[in-house]
Design a protein around this ligand. Structure first.
Ligand code: SF4
Length: 211
């Protein structure tokens, strides 16, 4: 309804029941998955794999790892306590059926140093994840939302608790939602282990909550 002078005019409404919503579909059309996989390769993702959200392992202990022993706690918008707690995380995930797992790998011999090289690799994966999320949104997946790997490094130093410099790129890490990444990968039949030698390839995992 709208007002023109003192008159109230009825605006015709589209019949929304004729719309098709991707979220009603449980599988992902092959052409969309292929396009997302191809686009993901441009950002270094080797694999894009759909999975059911029942495979997520959520646990209280994951938060302990963030709270104790991680230098990013309370210093970054993508990490606790700025991110949803376990109860909120469970509620959020219960609103989805399907998610995408993104897997990349990179050589990171200087993983223990905050170098520009290390940061540029992290930023590439981060931007890639958010870019795929955006593409999926445009494809009709209006609930698509990224959970990224590692604290946000888009800025050399996060502004937290002051306002984020790039709020449209800001996303929480997977672990910040109390998701046990290794346990979840096991549920998906993916064996992973902690890299012990800096010369080994490091795996990068990100998730896009989809429908
Ligand atoms: S974009 Fe910058 S300010 Fe925002 S979360 Fe990332 S590092 Fe922090």
């Amino acid at each position: 309804m709208a007002r023109k002078g003192n008159k109230i005019i009825e605006l015709s409404r589209q019949n929304i029941s004729t719309h098709t919503y991707f979220r009603d579909e449980i599988s992902i059309p092959g052409d969309i998955l292929k396009r997302i996989t191809d686009k993901g390769r441009e950002y270094g993702f080797e694999t894009v794999k759909p999975f059911r959200v029942e495979n997520f392992e959520l646990a209280q202990w994951v938060g302990l790892k963030c709270r104790y022993g991680c230098s990013q706690f309370n210093t970054n918008w993508s990490c606790p306590p700025a991110t949803p707690d376990l109860t909120q995380a469970r509620a959020i995930i219960s609103e989805y059926s399907i998610a995408l797992l993104l897997v990349g790998s990179h050589q990171c011999t200087n993983f223990h140093i905050n170098s520009n090289k290390k940061r540029s690799g992290q930023v590439r994966f981060w931007k890639g994840t958010v870019s795929l999320e955006r593409q999926l949104f445009l494809d009709g997946y209006d609930k698509a939302f990224s959970l990224v790997s590692g604290a946000c490094t888009l800025c050399k130093k996060c502004t937290y608790p002051e306002a984020c410099r790039f709020p449209t790129e800001k996303r929480p890490t997977i672990e910040s939602l109390s998701i046990d990444v290794i346990g979840t990968l096991k549920n998906l039949g993916i064996n992973t282990r902690v890299a012990k030698d800096p010369k080994e390839l490091f795996k990068y995992y990100a998730v896009i909550l989809l429908v």
